[in-house]
Design a protein around this ligand. Structure first.
Ligand code: HEC
Length: 127
């Protein structure tokens, strides 16, 4: 079961990488950035990288960067909370960031609703 699951995930990761024209090692386990680093780089600052993307003021590079942060976020293990919930939340962020990169009109709203700071912190951040 376990092997099947990670194989499926590898296939999905490859599909994702191919469709984006990016190169992520499918067998990479260790995240490139930890959660705190991603929070600081994507969510902190005025305006934050996230806010710039939401407001449509981000460059192509910045949108790609946000997507990468969220992809790495999904590989991290949160300090607490249910793993399935973490996966669901981080996946929603990834999908919304992909939509933003693709220029889909609903992307800003999807990003805002996926990046509910307090909701996710309550579920996964130690107080
Ligand atoms: C998908 C879940 C998730 C979302 C959405 C999220 N965060 Fe976080 N955030 C976390 C987790 C988990 C931590 C704790 C990391 C740790 O302690 O290792 C954290 C930590 C932080 C920290 C660091 C706090 C510290 O102790 O240094 C900041 C700042 C932060 N988040 C800001 C934000 C902001 C602003 C938003 C909304 C725009 C946001 N986060 C959305 C999961 C999330």
């Amino acid at each position: 079961m376990r092997a099947t699951k990670s194989f499926m995930m590898a296939v999905m990761a490859l599909g994702l990488a191919a469709s984006l024209g990016m190169f992520y090692a499918a067998d990479e386990v260790k995240p490139k950035y930890d959660i705190e680093e991603i929070m600081a780089k994507a969510h902190k600052g005025k305006p934050s990288l996230l806010q710039q993307v939401v407001k449509g003021k981000a460059s192509e590079e910045q949108k790609k960067q946000l997507l990468e942060y969220y992809q790495e976020l999904a590989k991290n293990k949160p300090p607490k909370g249910d793993a399935k919930d973490w996966k669901r939340r981080t996946n929603a962020l990834i999908v919304a960031a992909q939509d933003a990169l693709a220029g889909k009109p609903n992307a800003a709203r999807a990003l805002q609703s996926a990046a509910k700071c307090g909701d996710c912190h309550k579920a996964h951040k130690e107080d």
